[in-house]
Write a protein that binds this ligand. Structure first.
Ligand code: PXP
Length: 256
C-alpha cells in the first residue's frame, strides 16, 4: 500500500495547523444528557474561526463524545477529522469503520479527569504495533500521543506510525519560569528527534492562550491540538472568536 499523505499535506505546508478539540462541548451536554450544546455546531463554528482540524476523543466510558457525534461529524466536517481513541479492539473497529482522516492513539484510564501523559508504546508495544497496522490498512493516517522521550519516538518510527503528538502537559503544568523553560527544552529536543526520524510533528494537551506561543515556535511544528482552553473561552466570546484568537497565536509563534 502506498504511504498515506499527511492529512494537511495539500494545504500550505509551512503554516502550523490548529486542531480544535470539542470534547468539552459534549461534556456540558452530557451533564444533562440532553441534545445541547451540540458538538457538531461547535465544529462548524470552529471551522468559521479558522480551525484546520476538528479533534474528538471517543472515550470507552462515553463521558463526553458519543458515537452519534463522530458519525455526524464525519459527514459534516469540512476540514480534517482527527479521532483520538484508546488502543482497544472496540475503538479500533469503530475507527476503521468511520475512517476519519487521522487517528491519534492515546492512553485511557477510567478514573482520570483527562488524559494523563502519553501512551507508553514501549510497555504496550505489541498492542500498538497491531493497532498501527490495522488503522493503516484501513487507509487511516496514524499518530501516536507520546511523552517527549527519545526511546518512545524511536519506537513510534519502528512501528511505522506516520506522526507523533508530543504530550505538552508537563510543560503546561510547570509552575515556575525555570521549570517551564526546562520542559520547553525537553519538547524542543524531542521535536528535533521526531523530524530526524522522519515523522510528522504534532503536539498538544494543556495548551492555553498564555503558553501556546513557545510550542508553536518550535521549528517544524506542524499541528497543535487544543481543547479545554478554547472551549472555556468560547463561553464568553463565542467559539468562532475563541478559535480565531488561538489560531492567531499559533501563527504568531510559528513566525518567530
Ligand atoms: N491531544 C490529546 C492527545 C488529548 O488527549 C487531548 C485531551 O483530550 C488534547 C490534545 C487536548 O488537551 P486540552 O483539552 O488540554 O487542550
Amino acid at each position: 500500500m502506498p504511504e498515506l499523505k499527511h492529512p494537511h499535506q495539500t494545504q500550505n505546508p509551512i503554516m502550523i495547523k490548529l486542531g480544535v478539540n470539542i470534547d468539552h462541548v459534549a461534556t456540558i451536554r452530557q451533564a444533562r444528557r440532553t441534545t445541547e450544546p451540540d458538538p457538531v455546531w461547535a465544529a462548524a463554528a470552529a471551522e468559521l474561526g479558522g480551525a484546520d482540524q476538528i479533534t474528538v476523543h471517543l472515550r470507552e466510558d462515553r463521558r463526553h463524545i458519543q458515537d452519534r457525534d463522530i458519525e455526524v461529524l464525519k459527514r459534516t466536517v469540512n476540514v480534517k477529522l482527527n479521532l483520538e481513541c484508546a488502543c482497544v479492539d472496540e475503538m479500533l473497529s469503530i475507527a476503521c469503520d468511520l475512517k476519519p482522516d487521522q487517528v491519534c492513539l492515546v492512553p485511557e484510564k477510567r478514573a482520570e479527569v483527562t488524559t494523563e501523559g502519553g501512551l507508553d508504546i514501549i510497555a504496550n508495544r505489541s498492542r500498538v504495533a497491531d493497532a498501527v497496522k490495522r488503522l493503516k490498512d484501513a487507509g487511516i493516517f496514524v499518530s501516536l500521543f507520546i511523552d517527549p522521550a527519545r526511546d518512545q519516538i524511536e519506537l513510534a518510527k519502528e512501528l511505522s506510525a506516520q506522526a507523533v503528538e508530543l504530550h505538552t502537559g508537563t510543560y503546561a503544568d510547570a509552575t515556575t519560569d525555570a521549570a517551564q523553560h526546562d520542559q520547553l527544552q525537553i519538547l524542543t529536543t524531542a521535536s528535533h528527534h521526531v523530524k530526524d526520524c522522519g515523522l510528522h510533528l504534532h503536539a498538544g494537551h494543556g495548551l492555553t492562550y498564555h503558553n501556546v506561543i513557545p510550542v508553536a515556535a518550535i521549528a517544524e511544528m506542524e499541528e497543535l491540538n487544543i481543547g479545554h482552553s478554547i472551549v472555556a473561552r468560547s463561553m464568553f466570546v463565542g467559539m468562532q472568536t475563541a478559535v480565531a484568537q488561538m489560531k492567531a497565536l499559533c501563527i504568531e509563534g510559528a513566525m518567530h
